[in-house]
Design a protein around this ligand. Structure first.
Ligand SMILES: Cc1cc2nc3c(=O)[nH]c(=O)nc-3n(C[C@H](O)[C@H](O)[C@H](O)COP(=O)(O)O)c2cc1C
Length: 447
């Protein structure tokens, strides 16, 4: 398959980094690095391994509260401790050369000026490799850490998010390309005509500008988004350049893909400039049975109380008093849950799954699609999703760090390369160039 320009369209790959791995029992695996998420040296090794595999980017999600876990089960997981993602990515920028560096910042609990400055700074120190995952924060307990204690309603959060992104982008345009002169003779450090003051006043924000950080090497850092509700897809269609998603089947993924691309077109954009990257939990081995055995061994390590806690947290409903081998009970509608959780419950009911079976499904990749098999099996699945309108690339979630990533780099990447589906060497320096995304034109350029 080729793009309009004749170049072959290839798969984009993100590595989602998460502590000892994405499987809830990963830290109990004898070959895992249990404290990976808080050990910089180990994280560096993960980032370098991803770079060896020519991944486009490494991504770290973020929530601003650990309270979703109960005091009894929290100590049985590796979930309580992490490093602030921006601090981590900044450290990684100094020891990696190519890989894109993407993390979350919340439009509900952060400030536009801080976010604009942090991501522009990461872009500067990394030579154009930064990306911002825009989230509205669905976890209500985050509110307790930000003084008000009140979590905004979803429609308000999304209205605020739209304005937030607009302001951040406006701040990123504070400095024109080439406005830094450093002309000692003329005694001009910068060209004053190349500096713009935003003077934004809107429903939620009053931000004057300009940004103290110089224009990003990418023009602007890449904007990611990860909502799946109507509001989320609409925001992505209008503003995002990459959308992460957690689709449960190829059929749902195709519908999602068509939907967000349509929204991009309706917003007057080129749909090729919004990349869709579903999450894929990938357990790969030389043969299917080896991968299945390895995965089952991991499933067997799940402590039942932790599994029930994990699912309870997803459903925002305490399941500890229900039969673990019975169905998910009827739940009230008025819970603040993301749309992908509703999808999961619908799937469970359709397939008649027990609480134990549902938590096993989400234990591996935190609600994302799971692929367990040989490198050929996994490549077949990726190829089908990629070539039939379900994905432009994948956000890969290894169940265990570092072993699952090692298998992905050694087995799956060469298989994708053999099929001509993935690059054989990095092309382009910036994250934007790797992803094939255009460089944004400053809003002041035409003036
Ligand atoms: C791959 C992926 C990563 C996400 N990362 C975060 C995150 O770091 N922080 C967060 O609060 N939500 C995260 N989310 C959740 C979404 O951003 C979104 O807030 C949530 O799905 C609720 O919105 P929705 O109902 O529009 O889907 C992530 C979702 C996906 C699929």
């Amino acid at each position: 398959m080729t793009t309009g320009g004749g170049a072959r369209r290839t798969i984009k790959l993100g590595l989602m980094y998460h502590q000892a791995g994405h499987h809830i029992a990963s830290w109990l695996h004898p070959q895992s690095w249990p404290d990976c998420g808080i050990d910089l040296e180990k994280t560096i090794q993960i980032a370098r391994m991803a770079e060896e595999g020519l991944f486009d980017l490494i991504f770290e999600a973020d929530t601003l509260s650990g309270e979703r876990y109960t005091p009894q089960t929290l100590p049985m997981t590796a979930q309580a401790m992490r490093i602030d993602p921006m601090t981590l990515l900044t450290a990684l920028s100094a020891v990696t050369e190519q890989i894109g560096l993407v993390c979350t910042a919340s439009t509900t609990y952060d400030q536009c000026y801080h976010v604009a400055r942090r991501f522009a700074s990461l872009d500067l120190v990394s030579g154009g490799r930064s990306g911002w995952n825009v989230v509205t924060s669905w976890n209500t307990t985050e509110a307790r850490n930000f003084s008000t204690g009140v979590h905004l309603e979803k429609d308000v959060r999304y209205r605020r998010a739209r304005e937030f992104v607009e302001v951040v982008r406006g701040l990123w345009d504070s400095w024109d390309e080439g406005s830094k002169l450093i002309d000692r003779q003329a005694c001009k450090f910068y060209d004053p005509d190349g500096l713009h003051v935003l003077n934004h006043e809107g429903e939620f924000f009053k931000v004057r500008g300009p940004l103290t950080t110089y224009r990003s090497p990418q023009g602007q850092p890449v904007v990611f988004q990860a909502g799946a509700s109507d509001d989320g897809k609409q925001l992505a269609g209008e503003t995002a350049e990459v959308i992460f998603t957690a689709q449960q089947s190829i059929v749902e993924a195709r519908a999602f893909y068509a939907d967000v691309k349509r929204r991009a077109v309706e917003a007057g954009r080129d749909p090729a400039h919004l990349l869709v990257m579903p999450g894929f939990g990938v357990m790969v081995a030389k043969s299917r049975w080896e991968a299945e055995d390895a995965y089952q061994a991991l499933q067997d390590r799940i402590v039942p109380e932790v599994g029930v806690m994990l699912l309870s947290r997803y459903l925002v409903w305490d399941l500890s008093s229900y039969d673990i081998d019975g169905p998910i009970p009827e739940l009230p509608d008025n819970r603040n849950i993301p749309s992908r959780v509703t999808l999961l419950v619908d799937t469970a009911r359709r397939e008649g799954l027990s609480i134990r079976q549902v938590y096993q499904r989400i234990a591996g990749g935190r609600g994302h699609y799971q692929v367990v098999g040989s490198h050929r099996d996994v490549a077949d699945t990726m190829q089908e999703w990629f070539e039939t309108g379900a994905a432009d690339g994948f956000n890969v979630l290894p169940p265990v760090f570092p072993v699952s990533l090692r298998e992905i780099v050694d087995l799956l990447i060469p298989e994708l390369q053999r099929r001509g589906l993935f690059r054989r060497a990095y092309e382009g320096k910036t994250l934007r160039e790797k992803l094939g995304l255009p460089r944004p034109i400053s809003r002041y350029a035409a003036r």
